[in-house]
Design a protein around this ligand. Structure first.
Ligand code: ADP
Ligand code: MG
Length: 704
């Protein structure tokens, strides 16, 4: 049970003054919460920058380019001439040292007249610039009376927003949220805290939301760093508790006699690679051990993880236990079911599927089979682990593409059965630091060899001006009977192109173009299509009925059509490295030589250019992951957006990575000395786990 002292922080956000029910959805979006957002979610949503409005120069002193707050006399209005909306509305103002023009585009005349009454003084705050040698301020952030200005915050936090949510609204809500902070006992080690001069948790939150000077807000400053450390510690502690507490009840090992595995292996149309065999061996010995298996199976796309999972499932079946494979999307779940079924059935194992789409009788039948144990293997989405799904004897849970899940899901899953072994598969090669962050609780197996017979993919970087030639080439390939993916960044043309999406190629538009050219052999699949339509399009492509599939990144993970040997990535400069690598992994899976065309629209920025170059140089996923990490530090558009660590709200790799080691050691000490979090520090650490949403771990501690 959550201690009641935390209740004010877990109250719905709508309990704050000024946050009505109609804002709930907007806040859920901007805070990234699954359910209704709570007060704590907003507190952990840090400003992305702080505007410093303290500079109060005279106009003569004001430095062009700086944010200033000046007091001026309003002297003259120059509205946009009628019919010339493009000419801005200008207001001329001055102080005793000089003049300034305040400028508004698309202004509402009445509003400006009201805001800037002639002959009165106003305090104006914003960025001052020189234009044609004249001082001006375009769209001042604030125009206030002297009285209003007295209560204007001098350090103004600016929050990440979403459309429909104003900055001031979030600012006021955050202020109200800070007032709810209760006094909490310190969970940090006193010596660590002193050594870094870290403030207390509540004080740190107040500082980052309302700093008194810009430096106080910096990610490397003591306040933010303390919060980042809290987050890293909560994460490492949860992982440590999972590891320490997932002991297997006696007599529940999943030891098999090898008979079903032998049958599966006999039914395989290929020989296992050395690293597949090694991984299968590591998994089998975990499953036979007295602690539960928590193992990560890392292998680049196409390295053959599915067969390894199947062998683990066969081992569970030998021990009389069921297995569940959870995929992040319905498309992938169906694909896994399709590949697994023939191999499993050759060994006498039935495979069922369960996603949100199975309804009625079909669903009832699967649920009944899982409950009475007649279904040994089930493949599905997270629907598998919802309440109402009961297994007779779940022995093994396999999670594919883990980076979309998290430790909470691992825990929820482990709770579905007493002896559940856990195998997590990821196709994203993860740099070492990150492996420890996300999978610090797990052992790891790696598939380092590609299955025999694979040819390297020939990757070419081609400018959009050669689009015509590329289409010609695709035409020749289609005539020769080959299959082609054409990947686009968007589904439909953006209604309003934004900075991020300046007239990008949309899948629908390309589909139309290619269909006109090549006819019915061209098909379309994207994320906004209904599940059944998506499956049908994939199935047609898989069967070779269609041969050119225009797609968005829905095909990024796991889709397996070995015959497809050409991929065009349209506007490749808009994709991140990891994504490009994932996409390219869809080809080069069969015995044909494959080609990947990275079609870009120039001019290329430095980082985008480097990404494409790396793609051309290597297919080694681990090298690509390391390069990706380096590039992301450099803050180009894509980089900045992705620099946050998935699943973390406060810690930033580029600033706080060195603290990871400390957090890991700290967590290890805690787990050794107080595994049930029963001492006074343990009590405080429970608060920490709740605050950062790692509280599933507490259930384990209490059960233990
Ligand atoms: P991923 O690791 O991306 O999940 P898959 O398990 O989907 O890879 O395997 C990719 C393809 O390689 C599948 O068609 C699979 O049947 C095939 N495959 C797996 N192992 C081998 C092997 N040892 N030799 C040849 N082909 C293999
Ligand atoms: Mg796969």
């Amino acid at each position: 049970m959550r201690p009641s002292r935390l209740d004010p922080l877990f109250a719905p956000l709508t309990s704050l003054k000024g946050v009505g029910p109609k804002f709930e959805g907007l806040y859920a979006r901007v805070l990234g919460t699954e359910g209704p957002p709570r007060v704590i979610d907003l507190l952990l949503h840090l400003p992305h920058t702080i505007i410093d409005r303290r500079a109060r120069p005279t106009l003569a002193e004001a430095v062009p380019g700086a944010i200033v707050t000046v007091e001026v006399l309003i002297e003259k209005h120059r509205p946009s001439p009628p019919g010339k909306a493009r000419t801005p509305y200008r207001v001329l103002a001055s102080d005793e040292t000089g003049d300034i023009t305040l400028v508004w585009f698309n202004a509402h005349r009445g509003r400006i007249e009201q805001m800037c009454p002639l002959g009165e003084t106003r305090v104006v705050s914003g960025r001052i610039e020189l234009f044609d040698g004249m001082r001006q301020m375009v769209h001042p952030d604030r125009v206030l009376t002297a009285e209003q200005a007295a209560s204007m915050p001098m350090m103004e936090p600016v929050y990440p927003l979403t459309e429909g949510l104003a900055s001031g609204h979030v600012r006021r809500a955050a202020e109200a949220a800070l007032d709810r902070l209760p006094a909490l006992a310190e969970w940090l080690d006193a010596r660590l805290k002193d050594r870094h001069s870290w403030p207390a948790f509540a004080a740190a939150l107040r500082t980052v939301h309302q700093p008194d000077r810009p430096e106080a807000f910096a990610p490397e400053g003591p306040a933010w760093t303390r919060l980042a450390y809290d987050e890293l510690l909560a994460n490492q502690l949860a992982l440590g508790l999972v590891r320490a507490n997932l002991k297997r009840p006696a007599g529940n090992r999943n030891v098999g006699d090898g008979s079903i595995r032998a049958r599966v292996q006999a039914a395989l149309p290929f020989a296992l690679t050395g690293s597949q065999q090694r991984a299968i061996g590591e998994i089998a010995s975990d499953m036979a051990a007295p602690t539960r298996m928590l193992r990560l199976l890392q292998g680049d796309v196409g390295s053959g993880k599915t067969v390894v999972a199947l062998m683990a499932m066969a081992a569970a079946a030998e021990a009389g236990r069921q297995s569940a494979l959870m995929a992040p999307t319905e498309l992938l779940a169906r694909q896994h079911a399709r590949t697994l079924t023939p191999l499993a059935e050759a060994a006498g194992l039935k495979v069922a599927i369960l996603t949100g789409r199975e309804k009625g009788r079909e669903r009832e039948a699967v649920l009944a089979g899982l409950a009475d144990g007649s279904i040994p293997i089930v493949v599905g989405t997270h629907a598998l682990f919802q309440d109402g799904v009961a297994f007779k004897a779940l022995g093994l849970a396999v999670i594919d593409e883990q980076h979309r899940f998290g430790v909470q899901q691992r825990l929820a899953l482990a709770a579905k059965g007493d002896a559940v072994d856990l195998l997590v598969m990821t196709a994203t090669p993860i740099p070492r630091t990150l492996v420890l962050t996300y999978f610090g609780d797990m052992e790891s197996s790696q598939l380092t060899e590609k299955p025999a017979g694979r040819k390297p993919v020939d990757t070419r970087v081609i400018g959009m001006e050669k689009l015509g030639d590329v289409v010609e080439g695709i035409g020749r390939a289609l005539s020769a009977g080959r299959q082609v993916y054409w990947v686009c960044p968007l589904v439909a043309e953006a209604e309003e192109p934004t900075e991020d999406t300046p007239d990008l190629a949309s899948a629908e538009e390309r589909f139309e173009m290619l269909r006109q050219r090549f006819g019915a052999t061209v098909d379309l699949v994207h994320g906004q299509m209904k599940g059944a339509d998506k499956d049908a399009a994939m199935a047609r492509f898989q069967a070779g009925e269609t041969r050119c599939l225009v797609a968005t990144t829905v095909i990024e993970v796991g889709v397996d059509v070995p015959k497809a040997s050409i991929m065009v990535i349209d506007h490749a400069e808009h994709f991140g490295l990891a994504q490009l690598h994932q996409l390219r992994g869809r080809i080069g899976r069969g015995s044909d030589a494959s080609t990947c065309i990275l079609l870009y629209r120039g001019p290329l920025g430095e980082t985008a250019g480097r990404r494409l170059e790396i793609m051309r140089e290597t297919e080694d996923g681990f090298r690509i992951a390391e390069e990706d990490l380096k590039l992301r530090g450099e803050g180009d558009l894509l980089g900045t957006k992705q620099s946050g660590m998935p699943g973390f709200r406060i810690a930033r790799l580029e600033h706080h990575a060195p603290l990871l080691e400390t957090a890991r050691n700290d967590a290890r000490m805690i787990v050794e000395t107080d595994p049930h979090l029963a001492g006074p520090r343990g009590e405080a650490l429970r608060d920490l786990l709740y605050l950062f949403g790692r509280n599933e771990a507490i259930r384990l501690v209490e059960a233990g």
